[in-house]
Design a protein around this ligand. Structure first.
Ligand SMILES: Cc1cc2nc3c(=O)[nH]c(=O)nc-3n(C[C@H](O)[C@H](O)[C@H](O)COP(=O)(O)OP(=O)(O)OC[C@H]3O[C@@H](n4cnc5c(N)ncnc54)[C@H](O)[C@@H]3O)c2cc1C
Length: 337
């Protein structure tokens, strides 16, 4: 049985205190919310913090509400179950409810938070292993080693960004509200993620996520999240497609977004607007978006399922998502669920 190593567990009374502690303790400290990703990784020696700063009891990070100023405000400390079951989330952004409800299992969703999900560590078959396995195989550059074991010539880590909910927030022009020792800042999701499997977050280690907001301007868009994984539950995505669509009064496309997860070290934005905006959606245009998505989908051989299959399925899932949102009927096997 794998055991947790010793660590110091700190329960700050406010977000400001948590931010100050993180700044003071530096890289020896990590934030823990639900711990569903962090604790197993500590058992496997992937993370070795001396101090864990717990956000679990902070009421400043709780709540889901809709108002004129923020649009939808979601506290980072809300559980995935709370997000998936919230009536206004289901009504306004079904894709978010679908994504949150597709994470792992009910037990994990009851504990895991939405904040932890959008910052969840990147994944790789050569990294998500016990210390003994990684020691025997030779460590990789993400932890304790020098090279990428998936592609030894790669200069950067290729671990896959695998959050289910992050691509949905990206597709809805959401903003992350971060708190640091010196105050807060709002970061659009377009700028929240980094550049490789190690530096996959464009935020400082001491910055905490307080909340996510979805602007009023995207209310009224249709949205869907489709996830490819081996089993019906308990599995990370090996491909996820978040799509939104707004039609104008004439039935033409006003706005469309498609964002992919699990096919790169960061969420991947597909240039769909330039194909669909102002157009009447047809099966041919959907095919064209799907081709574009497959071209920017770059899975590598480091998760479940063959990478060439995941690339091919990008096309299929994007077609299904846009057909579902637009009501256009597709011909051929890709229409099967
Ligand atoms: C068996 C299993 C299956 C899983 N399946 C899926 C899946 O299908 N899809 C999926 O997306 N995930 C999956 N996960 C990963 C994880 O459980 C979820 O992503 C969950 O939402 C993480 O939330 P948490 O609150 O438990 O985060 P934690 O484990 O507490 O933290 C995760 C990371 O986020 C940081 N963090 C957490 N909250 C904040 C905050 N407010 N501010 C700054 N940093 C923060 C932590 O420091 C840590 O680096 C799975 C995990 C397991 C063990």
């Amino acid at each position: 049985m794998l055991r947790l190593p010793e660590f110091n567990y700190v329960k700050p009374k406010s977000l400001q205190e948590a931010a100050r502690l993180m700044a003071d303790l530096g890289n020896d400290a990590m934030i823990v919310a639900g711990g569903t990703d962090l604790y197993p990784k500590m058992k496997r020696g992937q993370f070795t913090p001396k101090h864990l700063i717990s956000l679990k009891t902070l009421s400043e990070m709780k709540g889901i509400r809709v108002d004129d100023k923020d649009g939808m405000w979601i506290g980072a400390g809300e559980t995935l179950t709370a997000v998936a079951q919230h009536p206004q989330v289901n009504e306004l952004f079904p894709a978010l409810a679908q994504a949150a409800g597709s994470v792992s299992s009910p037990q994990l969703r009851n504990v895991g938070t939405i904040g932890g999900n959008i910052f969840v560590d990147t994944r790789c078959n050569y990294y998500d292993q016990t210390f003994f396995w990684r020691h025997a195989a030779g460590f990789c550059m993400k932890k304790d080693g020098q090279i990428c074991l998936v592609a030894p010539k790669s200069k950067v880590c290729l671990a896959a960004f695998s959050s289910d909910t992050a691509p949905v927030f990206c597709s809805l022009d959401a903003t992350a509200h971060l708190i640091g020792r010196d105050g807060g800042r709002a970061v659009p999701f377009t700028q929240l993620y980094g550049r490789d499997g190690i530096n996959y977050l464009a935020k400082r280690n001491d910055e905490l996520l307080r909340a996510i907001t979805i602007p009023r301007s995207v209310f009224g868009r249709r949205s869907v999240y489709l996830k490819l994984c081996r089993r019906g539950s308990f599995d990370f995505p090996v491909l996820g497609v978040a799509a939104t669509l707004k039609l104008n009064a004439d039935g033409m496309c006003d706005t469309a977004t498609v964002v992919l997860t699990a096919v790169s070290s960061v969420p991947v934005y597909v240039d769909v607007d330039s194909i669909l905006r102002g157009q009447k959606i047809t099966a041919e245009l959907i095919e064209s978006v799907a081709e574009t998505a497959a071209a920017v989908s770059h899975p590598v051989d480091n998760t479940d399922m063959d990478y060439w299959y995941r690339k091919r399925m990008t096309k299929v899932y994007v077609k299904r998502a846009l057909a579902q949102l637009s009501g256009v009927t597709l011909k051929g096997p890709q229409t099967r669920k």
